[in-house]
Ligand binder design. Sequence first.
Ligand SMILES: [Ca+2]
Length: 105
Amino acid sequence: MGICQSAVNKGKTSLKGLVEDEEKFNQYMDTAFDKVDVDKNGYLEKHELTQLVQDLVHKLKKDTNVPEDKVQSALELIDTNKDGKVTKEEFKKTSRAKLLAICSS
Ligand SMILES: [Ca+2]
């Protein structure tokens, strides 16, 4: 079973279904962003993203061991203007684009 078939909310919606519904996806990511933005400064910094990537990997792969370079490449992927932190817009736009690319193939 691929990551796109993984359930995102107690089995009702698959990741693919969520990504294809832009409104739902944005709502979901808004909530996710606020959860990850621990200090509530409106940006996700590296230490906050580390936690997010760890949670995701643990959820999807049952593996808690996340190498530092994976976090770094996730940050570089999402941080489109390369200022070292991620805004909510970048977070939503980039992750949706990437997931769409993965899940629609
Ligand atoms: Ca923050």
